[in-house]
Each structure stands twice: as structure tokens, then as C-alpha cells.
Ligand binder design. Sequence first.
Ligand code: SF4
Length: 186
Amino acid sequence: MEERINEREIICVICPNSCRLTVWRDKEGELHIKGNQCPRGLTYGESEYTNPVRMLITTMRIEGATLPVIPVRSVEPIPKQHLLRSIKVVNDVVCQAPIKMGDVLIKNILGTGIDVIASRSMDTFEGTSKRIHRYNKNDLNETIFHTLVDTFYGGNTQISAEDRLKIEEAEKIIINRLKKFGLQTE
Ligand code: SF4
């Protein structure tokens, strides 16, 4: 039987089939891959064996915003060996509100040539406060709704129907709690 050098098992994650790939080099250094059901598995197996990469997805501390942290991600996958050190670099940085989705927060992280960007927009605390002042003081439901939208969606009212339902459910719970404390809203 041929000699298999550095044989490894790799699960292909390109599609739900999750093929179990066996990858190794022969004595001449040529790469061999078995177990793939389609050519995409060959590309994935080779890349994962020779230069595995991962998306960096984490959060960064932010000052002056409605929330203490903002979700961030790398523009493209970065070499796996840089992943942990990259997360530490992100942890050491504090960005300043306001931030727009896609803003570059760290350029060329660890010399990889890959930038880290904001995954969402986040307004300043002052900006949010100004919006709250525009709410109808006689309509507590509306005020609660906008406060929740500001807190969880950065003030963006163009949210999906599913998220709107979640907000309305939360709104009902808050109103019911207020009633239990003897605070009537209507
Ligand atoms: S080898 Fe092809 S069929 Fe198998 S998991 Fe990968 S992409 Fe899917």
C-alpha cells in the first residue's frame, strides 16, 4: 500500500452532505483527496489542508453609543492561525459612535491585508435621545416601541415583519409589567 504522509480527515462544510474527506500527501509530495462527492470538495479539502481560513466574527467595544459593543467581521476569511490573535487585537480596540455598517474599524489586521468592518450601524447616545424627544409623550406604546427599536436595531425602523412581531411581543410584556405596578397606560 502507498505511503500516506500527514493523512487527515476533514469534513466538507460546503453543502449539507457533509462528506468525510481523507486528505494526504504521497512520498513525492503530491496531494490526494478521497471521499468527496463533487469537485467542490476537492477545492475545499485542498484549501483546508494547506491553508485553512475562517471568517472573523466577534464584537468590539464602542463608546458614546446606545450599546456597549458593536458586531464586527473580517471582510473575507483570514488564515486560521491568525484567528485567536486577531480576536485579541479586536478586544483591545475601542471605537467611537456613530458607526455606519461597513466602516473599516481595523485596517490590515495582523498584516494579513484583510480589514475588519462594522456589521451594523450604531448611532450616538445623543442621537437616540433626540429621537426619543420626538415621540408622542401621550402614547406610551409608541415610546416603548421606538426605545426597543433604538436599543436593538440602532433606530432603524425598516425591520423585518418577524422582528416587528418580536418587538410588539416585548412591548406587551412591558405594558403588562407596568400594569402590575399600578401604572395604567390607557
Ligand atoms: S464534497 Fe461536494 S457533495 Fe460532499 S459536502 Fe462537499 S460540496 Fe457537498
